[in-house]
Design a protein around this ligand. Structure first.
Ligand SMILES: [Zn+2]
Length: 256
């Protein structure tokens, strides 16, 4: 039998070998995850495994059978009875008993104490919730990492205090092509189609990209974050990053 080395006794030994990762700072971050669906499941999994220790999950929905193709923490026995936020908090806590995960049965619109959080992960599936979270993130100057998927396509946008926000990137003509191609970015009525295509490989990729940005932010390395939106094409495997200009007419920056 090979005896475990001392470094193998440290859960985060391999994370610490990435020189810019600051596991102590990550442990002190207070994360709000808005949405406990497909992206929320993957995001919380990655947060816990990355060393985040204080996670709040907001979602007011219950588990349905069609969630089960992409939500690693949900079971068939959860359908109908189980609230997504409660189940995600309970099962993700099993990954690491040092983590505190607090579920809230609430809509994004009803989150009142934004100042309690040092970081927000957007894992919602509709534009109104997305823009609501974006506005609060800007107002309270909290870093916000938004994720969205549509079938084999996805997007991750990093919103930092003083930087461009989700709303800045909307209605700008040079984003027309990207927004048509990547419909989750919010151009036109595709946001309001109630049931979009969704599967685990895209969900997993996008949530992983979101939490990688969260690790950078929590480590104090906003300088190496995505500037500002990454578009992922799961068919070709390509990811393109587009810098978004801050829009002076955007309502979220009026007070600055
Ligand atoms: Zn803006």
């Amino acid at each position: 039998m090979i005896r475990a080395k001392e470094y193998d006794m440290d859960r985060f030994d391999r994370s610490k070998r990435i020189d810019w990762v600051n596991i102590d700072k990550i442990g002190r971050a207070r994360c709000l995850v808005v949405g406990a669906g497909a992206l929320g499941n993957e995001a919380v999994k990655c947060l816990v495994l990355s060393g985040f220790r204080d996670i709040t999950i907001a979602d007011n929905d219950s588990v349905v059978t069609s969630n089960l193709n992409r939500c690693v923490f949900f079971r068939g026995s959860d359908v109908k009875e189980g609230m997504k936020s409660d189940i995600l908090a309970m099962r993700a806590s099993e990954l690491d008993h040092e983590v505190t995960i607090t579920p809230r049965r609430t809509l994004a619109q009803d989150i009142g104490d934004w100042d309690e959080f040092s970081m927000i992960l957007g894992c919602v599936d509709n534009i109104s919730a997305r823009l609501h979270v974006n506005a609060h993130a800007c107002y309270h100057r909290i870093p916000y990492v938004d994720g969205g998927t549509d079938g084999m396509y996805g997007k991750v946008q990093v919103v930092l205090p003083d930087g461009p926000c989700l709303q800045c990137s909307m209605n700008r003509s040079h984003y027309g092509i990207a927004e048509t191609r990547f419909s989750c970015t919010g151009n036109g009525s595709v946001f309001y189609v109630p049931k979009m295509a969704a599967e685990i490989t895209t969900t997993s990729a996008i949530a992983a990209m979101q939490i990688r940005e969260a690790v950078k932010i929590a480590s104090g390395r906003e300088d190496i974050c995505i500037r500002n939106a990454a578009f992922y094409d799961g068919m070709s495997g390509e990811t393109i990053v587009l810098e978004i200009k801050k829009d002076d007419r955007c309502a979220n920056h009026e007070e600055e």
